[in-house]
Design a protein around this ligand. Sequence first.
Ligand SMILES: Cc1cc2nc3c(=O)[nH]c(=O)nc-3n(C[C@H](O)[C@H](O)[C@H](O)COP(=O)(O)OP(=O)(O)OC[C@H]3O[C@@H](n4cnc5c(N)ncnc54)[C@H](O)[C@@H]3O)c2cc1C
Length: 503
Amino acid sequence: MNSSNKRIVIVGGGTAGWITANLMATHWGDKGFDITLVESPDIGIIGVGEGSTPPLKGFMDTVGITESQWMPECNATYKVGITFRDWSVKPGFTQYVHPFLCQPDQFTAPAFFHNSFLRRKGVELEGHPDHFFLTTELIRQKLAPLTPANFPFEINYGYHFDSGLLGQYLARHAAGKGVKHRLATISDVVLDGQGNIDFLLTEKGEKIKGDLYVDSTGFKGQLIQQALKVPFISFAESLFNDSAVVFPTTPDEEIAPHTVSTALKYGWAWRIPLTNRTGNGYVYSSGFVDADTAETEFRQHLGLLDSDVEARRLKFKVGRVAQHWVKNCLAVGLSQGFIEPLEATALDMVQETVVRFIEAYNQGAGSDQHRDDFNHRISTRFDAIRDYIVCHYRISSRTDTEYWRACGSNEKISLSLRSILMSWMAGNNITDELEKQKLDAYFPNVSWNCLLAGKGIYPDPSQLKPGSELAHRYKIEGIQNFIRGCALNFRPHKEVLHGQTNR
Ligand SMILES: Cc1cc2nc3c(=O)[nH]c(=O)nc-3n(C[C@H](O)[C@H](O)[C@H](O)COP(=O)(O)OP(=O)(O)OC[C@H]3O[C@@H](n4cnc5c(N)ncnc54)[C@H](O)[C@@H]3O)c2cc1C
């Protein structure tokens, strides 16, 4: 940014808009920039999105918000991973945890890689990821991922939170950093002769003029898609889900620090523990089931068939825009794309987009080269996340409905994902292939291994042979002792959350 380029107008007051406002105000606020967030008083936010990945902690640290400040206000809890239930029908593999890796795992992950690799070669070894990672033990014992100062390892974690309250918290924080908040509905986006956004027009006929515009208007992408006509690349042929039904239930007595994702007949249901309630949602494909049947199945799953609590129904589209930064407009949040909430990656994409944009702008002041590199980088990340999510469905061994049979036989997957699956099935180490295909741009090697091993993508147990002593060099008991020893350093999740509330 230079001195003649100082007005930033963010359109949209959902989580994406407020994360953008906080990051831009933190990085550029003292350089004389004028940042305004415009939010419609009539168009609501999407109001879901209650799970994060670990980088959200980095965001909070960057903008100067501590856990004791924001967590109690947003009914937040800690999250160390996601437990996947009933995605596989293979005996012994009907459940596994996708862990957020932490430092102590460096001592146990080699054993997982070793066992998993040899099991694929036909050796009878324990290859289920749940035996090898500290995270699984924290979930089992319902412990918070905070350690005493003398514990010499770092622990990685994310959060669960009320997304509406988080948006409000971030709005207050942004105001403290000088961000102006304006309530108005944008009815027109007016372009200049070069195709840049010249100004915005509100429903009341007021002009809002900026030098840079951020589109955080949600799925419709009013600036990037509607006004600037940037094409939307749909992921619908490899990801079938397009609908959700959402339903809160009472809070858990003991709070385990994980999201639970349970596969149902036409999709999957999330269970997210907050301090004041449990968030539940069923993500499904309207191509395979109607909304009423899906809601009935979901209520049945929750044991609340007769409850008169009203459920919320939502539609969404999966895919991304062809470019995220075009002319003087940056798209952030649902306006730039959405994959689906299975691994709760959306806010992470928001954060990455804004941080990389600030970096690119600082370096190149908006040069074409910097813009192209930025767009390529963000799209690569989107596509890498998509492939990981598609893999969940493609390798599921469920065949109980047309939906799962279609997922399991879907050939419309990327060549990159196809090459990873072929490499795994051939019994190879997939590390090099992931790197070659740039599929480790988001989920690391260990996540891919957990996904494939956790769903039991191994030779049939009847084909496994005992193997040499060398093959059995890692003893599960020793690994479990180490993990349980580490877990002694952690306190009950509920106790830690209670302490925050009473601070
Ligand atoms: C079913 C489901 C589950 C999800 N779960 C997760 C999850 O677990 N984790 C995760 O990270 N993400 C999740 N997400 C994604 C997450 O909800 C979003 O990424 C996040 O809420 C950000 O949304 P947003 O700010 O882009 O859009 P929205 O929340 O839709 O906000 C749009 C804003 O734009 C404003 N606006 C719109 N039009 C105008 C206009 N004309 N003039 C002025 N203002 C306007 C609105 O008033 C609103 O403030 C989920 C999404 C879905 C659909």
